[in-house]
Design a protein around this ligand. Sequence first.
Ligand code: ADP
Ligand code: MG
Length: 682
Amino acid sequence: MASELTQAITELSGVGKAAEENLATMNIQTIEDLIWTFPYRHEDFRLKDLAETPHNERVTVEGRIESVPTVLFLGNKKSRLQVQMLAGRHLIKVVFFNQGYLKNKLQPGTNVTVTGKWDRGRQVINGTNINFGSADEHADFEPVYSIKGKLSQKKFRNFMRQALDLYGHQIQETLPMELLSKYKLMPIDQALEGIHFPKDGNMAKQARRRFVYQELLLFQLKIQALRKARKEDEHGTIIRYDVEKLRQFFDALPYELTGAQKRVVNEVCKDLLVPHRMNRLLQGDVGSGKTVVAASMLYAAVTAGFQGALMAPTGILAEQHAESLNEWLAPFGVSLALLTGATKTKARREILERLDNGELDIVIGTHALIQPDVIFNRLGLVITDEQHRFGVEQRRILKDKGANPDVLFMTATPIPRTLSITAFGEMDVSIIDELPAGRKEIETHWLKHEQFNQVLQKMESELAAGRQAYVICPLIEESDKLDVQNAVDVYQQLATVFQGKFEVGLMHGRLHSDDKDEVMREFSEGKLNILVSTTVVEVGVNVPNATFMIIYDAERFGLAQLHQLRGRVGRGEHQSYCILLADPKSDEGKERMMSMVEMTDGFRLAEKDLELRGPGDFFGRKQSGLPEFKVADLIHDYRALETARQDATELVASEKFWTDSRYASLRGTLEQSGILDGERID
Ligand code: ADP
Ligand code: MG
């Protein structure tokens, strides 16, 4: 479909070499690129009454110059111009920076329209725009684009005006009539005009509403189409597990599974039996008992004659898992091995051989599992624990080691639904939203640093009763810049205080991983009473005898991380305590501390975290799987997201979507994106 829209941007009048290069840095090469570059806000040039304008808000006023301007030169070609102006009943000052040339134009008696930020206390407008005469040459709303380089807003607007006038009508409608009328959405031509050059606030809002829906619908269509394609793909593995054996496994456990665990086991079992590949995310709060679910599913695969792999992010965690699984599964004749970076060469060679020839049923390990020479005989199920710790690539490599093995990702970071259906929309999600019975809620207190002695006493009485304690510090070594307690200092201090009474260990990220594992082992075996650590301890470790945790400078951590840290205690039969030592300065920081004291439910905390930090920071890393939306905002457009998801699910499941010409343009965008041939990983 040849279209003038794909012509170079230089077709527009006024786009010379410099502008072309400038636009290229903004990824604008064609007319179409330009049209799809939306303003990030609109300048509101409607006149306002200063009496009703709040401090620091942008405002446009009309008035008369009342004094001769003064210009102050600030050096380095900078200057500050100040003049008095009568705007309505208000005699105010107007200030412009680096626009000394205005001095001659701004003579007493001149009528002007000024836009800028209103400093209510000082009765000053810090001007950014000025027009002469009251006849306003501005539209009421002017788009403001995020422009890189030297190009002015005015020029950019001019290019946009041309592009819309000359080529705008060629942009095809993507949304079918049915949806446009169902939600009363603007058709594409009106919406483009409305998002760039709205006549009023409502037009801008309606235009935005259309593009938000469009963006979310297309995204959801893609992931729902992917999901459908996977479900219809018969090339996965059918794992016909032995129900009777699985039942015996559950009967042999020292406890009964919680209702949520049972539900998840059933969900996974169903996936095992069908020919399409399982791609499931298991979210379960810290301590909800994901490991035993993983173990049972790996065993299920083994009973069907397959091998299973369990990948954990740290050596110590892999070791703990290997220990648990061995205890549970060895009695059933399952052969397991642990493969980490610390595995000795000879042992490693033997493990590889036994994996390859099929003697080993289950391998548990770290990144060591994804080395090229690790070859499976008949890998059927892959489980990754604490999946947020792994990159997409690492997960893909492990998955590729089998012929389309089923994959289960486990995470203890509860993900709010908005993010979950966006980042993991094409996966099936299972949730363990129940803790094993009899767990005591962790008592959480927020104290100031000067109350430390009190905390110390409480800790001592716990230790004296045979319990263990974690002390978490944000940094490793002292830094001049940050006034934070560091792990080394705290370690020395506690070692001195408790000398001869209790053993104190130190763990931080700069230790060699073998040493880390060694310290962790000593702690989990009870040889150490106190473990002073940075956040490296955060992930997954299970020491049920540890009941006391102090978190220094707790305000430095996000809610999700605090929750993970706190989850290291409260894992056994004894009452546990978590002490947050914090002097937060910001309201947000105070709110975080209060939330920790009041809430123990990971999902509620996650919602709170999202509210406080926004979606961008929620995962705290690049490979979050969150797409970057042009217009949609995952928090504010939550309802549009739900609607779009539902519509997408229904469309993809319907016959008409795949055959009817009314949906051709929607289908076209899916094909264009290549989403129907390729596949996302996580
Ligand atoms: P997480 O979901 O954080 O990985 P774990 O799998 O480490 O949690 O389980 C935490 C603790 O709870 C372990 O000591 C485990 O043995 C125990 N546990 C798991 N399921 C149950 C259950 N249904 N009843 C009692 N204890 C359980
Ligand atoms: Mg775990």
